[in-house]
Each structure stands twice: as structure tokens, then as C-alpha cells.
Design a protein around this ligand. Structure first.
Ligand code: CP
Ligand code: NVA
Length: 309
């Protein structure tokens, strides 16, 4: 069976750690090379990746595309709307057909069930490039970024503020597998996925939900924010969300309650003045552009893991 990368909880801790270490090593090995140049020892020569997008993307599409080139392979960017998928061809047949042309498929989709259906019908590995439920590639890049700045993540305390969304779910799973403490400060109606919290609780992970942002941030080694309004969220909810989430905005004052050398993380795109102030996003504690860069390195390691190279 192909090795899919659908969610962090599907992998074991040793494989996740190996992916992070491989990403760090590949990043170091490329120091000084032009970005379009192949790796010193390209790991995936001749391999092809197809990417299907049901929603917009900047980082995911560019980092996977350039990543495949650096690995010696190639990538195709497909918009679901421009494929027969957009006029009713089934996900199952799409998976069967693409499996005849390419060595791996990445999909960014609305319903998580579509990703699972694609994986069930593909004979090549399928990678989750974000669904309404989760965003595992992002969180591995976040773990890598944290460790570059603050050392091993095990035992550290990270605080999530805002909407308990898809990115939060993957963070909860990562806390469980990497052994860090995660405090999520969310308003009650935007609490994280009960299923993710249950997964963490059953594994004995240190994951808890707080209502008060200041209490949640106390002593944190990293403070994390994401958009208040995710792709696919109901447009009519925009105003009520702003009211619910305003107390969770990451400000310089909120950061003062975190550990002295705490970092600020955000998967991007950013909305300065909403989930965090410009002062925090662009300030000395912010690691947001390293985080974006690390998508590239970590996804190359994920591709290698999927293809058992
Ligand atoms: N963080 C992230 O996944 O960005 P894109 O939506 O630009 O891919
Ligand atoms: N939670 C955001 C993440 C974007 C990368 C969304 O789903 O739109």
C-alpha cells in the first residue's frame, strides 16, 4: 500500500522526527545554492508530483513545485475547477487516472473526506495540502522553525490563540506525537475539534483549552496565531467572528506575558491588525518568514518519506 501523508496522527513519532531531521539536513546542504538549482544529491530524479487545488494557495503550491525541482523531479499544478473533477468526474476515478501518470499526488480540498477518498483510490502516495479539517505539512514546518530558534520542542510550551481551526487540529496532533505542551486559547463557539482533543487526551498529551488569552500565554515558548476567517468559512459569520476573536489578538502586550525568548508563529497569509498586530508580525520575535521557507524543506522530506527514498 502507498505511504500516504494525510494527518500527523497517522505517523509514528520516529517517522515524524526523521522527517524533521531530514528537512534540516537538506536545508543545510543547500546553503548558498540558487533556489532553482537541484540539491547536491537529488533524491527523486524522474519522479512527478501532481497537485490538485480546490482552494487558493501561494506557499503550498510554490514550495511543492520548487521542492520537486530541487529533488530532481517535476510537478504539475492543477486547479480542480479546470479538471473534469470540476464537472463531475469522481474523485475515485481521478485518483486512479492520476496514479497512472505521476508518482505522488498532493491535494488541497474543502472536505477532508475527499482527500481520504482520493487516497483510497490512488496507487501512489497522497499528501494533504490542507483540508477543512487539518494542515499537517504546515505544522511540520512549524516544528522545524521552532527548533531552529528554540531547540528541541519536546517539553516546551506552545500557545495557540484564536479560532480552533484546521491548523489548530494538526497542532494538537503534533503536540501529542512530539511531546510538547499545547494551550489553546479559543472562544467557546470556536473551540478546537473534539476528535483532535480526544486523540490527545487518550494519548495522555498535555493539551488543554483556555478561554483567557493572557492566562494561556503565560510562560509560553511560542505564541501562534492564524487567520480569524479561514477559506470556506461562511462569509456571513465574518463580523461575529471579529467580535468573538478580538480578545485573542496577539499584541506586544500579550507577548510580554510569554517567556522572554518566545517566538511568534503564523502559517500565513497574515492579516495585520486582526489576529496579531503589525508590531508582533514584523517584530523581532516573529519567525513567520522562516516558517514559510521551511514549508519547502519539510515537504521535500515528506515526499521522500512517502516514496520511501
Ligand atoms: N500556509 C499556507 O498553507 O499558505 P498557502 O495557503 O499560501 O498555501
Ligand atoms: N486556517 C487557514 C489556513 C490557511 C493556510 C485556512 O484554512 O484558510
Amino acid at each position: 500500500a502507498p505511504r500516504h501523508f494525510l494527518d500527523i496522527r497517522d505517523l509514528d513519532a520516529a517517522d515524524l522526527r526523521a522527517i524533521i531531521e531530514d528537512a534540516k539536513a537538506m536545508k543545510a546542504a543547500r546553503a548558498g545554492l540558487p533556489k532553482g538549482a537541484p540539491d547536491p544529491a537529488p533524491a527523486l530524479p524522474g519522479r512527478a508530483l501532481a497537485m490538485i487545488f480546490e482552494k487558493p494557495s501561494t506557499r503550498t503550491r510554490v514550495s511543492f513545485d520548487i521542492g520537486m525541482r530541487q529533488l530532481g523531479g517535476s510537478a504539475l499544478i492543477l486547479s480542480a475547477q479546470e479538471m473534469q473533477l470540476g464537472r463531475g468526474e469522481s474523485i475515485a476515478d481521478t485518483g486512479r487516472v492520476l496514479s497512472r501518470y505521476v508518482d505522488a499526488i498532493m491535494m488541497r480540498t474543502n472536505a477532508h473526506a475527499s482527500l481520504v477518498e482520493l487516497a483510497q483510490n490512488s496507487s501512489v502516495p497522497v499528501i494533504n495540502g490542507l483540508t477543512d479539517d487539518s494542515h499537517p505539512c504546515q505544522i511540520l514546518a512549524d516544528v522545524m522553525t521552532f527548533e531552529e530558534r528554540r531547540g528541541p520542542i519536546g517539553g516546551k510550551r506552545l500557545t495557540w490563540t484564536g479560532d480552533g481551526n484546521n491548523v489548530a487540529t494538526s497542532f494538537i496532533e503534533a503536540a501529542t506525537l512530539f511531546g510538547f505542551e499545547l494551550v489553546l486559547a479559543c472562544p467557546e463557539p470556536l473551540s478546537p475539534s473534539p476528535r483532535a482533543l480526544d486523540f490527545a487526551a487518550k494519548a495522555g498529551a498535555k493539551v488543554r483549552v483556555e478561554r483567557d488569552a493572557e492566562a494561556a500565554v503565560a510562560g509560553a515558548d511560542a505564541v501562534i496565531a492564524d487567520t480569524w476567517f479561514s477559506m470556506g468559512d461562511e462569509p456571513a459569520a465574518r463580523e461575529s467572528r471579529h467580535n468573538q476573536l478580538a480578545p485573542y489578538q496577539v499584541t506586544a502586550r500579550l507577548m510580554e506575558g510569554a517567556a522572554k525568548n518566545a517566538i511568534f508563529l503564523h502559517c500565513l497569509p497574515a492579516h495585520r491588525g486582526e489576529e496579531a498586530t503589525a508590531e508582533v508580525m514584523d517584530g523581532p520575535q516573529s519567525a513567520i518568514f522562516d516558517e514559510a521557507e521551511n514549508r519547502l524543506h519539510v515537504q521535500k522530506a515528506i515526499l521522500k518519506w512517502c516514496l520511501a527514498v
